[in-house]
Ligand binder design. Structure first.
Ligand SMILES: [Cu+2]
Length: 133
């Protein structure tokens, strides 16, 4: 019993520094907007070429495609014209690879990830998070 616990502890110590050394992924907390009750986060990971954005949202409608984008600006003052489109969030999940976008591109100006109610009701924002290093 003790041996197993000790081995796991050692493994944990051995693995953590390797993750820390890799080009670091960032997590963007997504807060609800307009009383949507939808909250979650977006994980932005560097790939060999480009980045991957994985959005998880809770509290959304079942089976409804909710458009999502990276916009210039902040959630408090968002430019309504998207910079990078993401895959629609469906049943709380969206995964997008952006091969032509680097992590550095995301920090050239303030940017935020937002999610919209639906294709029919794009003007209603349901969740948003500022991208921070
Ligand atoms: Cu948008």
């Amino acid at each position: 019993m003790h041996k197993i616990a000790l081995s796991l502890a050692l493994l944990g110590f051995a693995v953590s520094p390797a993750f820390a050394a890799a080009p670091h992924e960032i997590k963007v907390e997504l807060a609800a907007q307009n009383n949507s009750g939808e909250t979650g986060d977006a994980l932005i990971k560097p790939l060999g070429k480009g980045i991957e954005v994985i959005v998880h949202l809770k509290g959304g409608p079942k089976g409804v495609a909710q458009p999502a984008h990276i916009h210039p600006g902040t959630c408090a003052n968002l430019n309504p014209v998207p910079k990078y489109p993401l895959q629609n969030v469906v049943d709380g999940k969206s995964v997008t690879k952006l091969p032509d976008v680097s992590m550095d591109d995301l920090f050239k100006e303030p940017m935020a990830i937002n999610v919209h109610e639906s294709a029919q009701d794009l003007k209603k924002y349901v969740a948003c998070g500022d991208i921070k290093k």
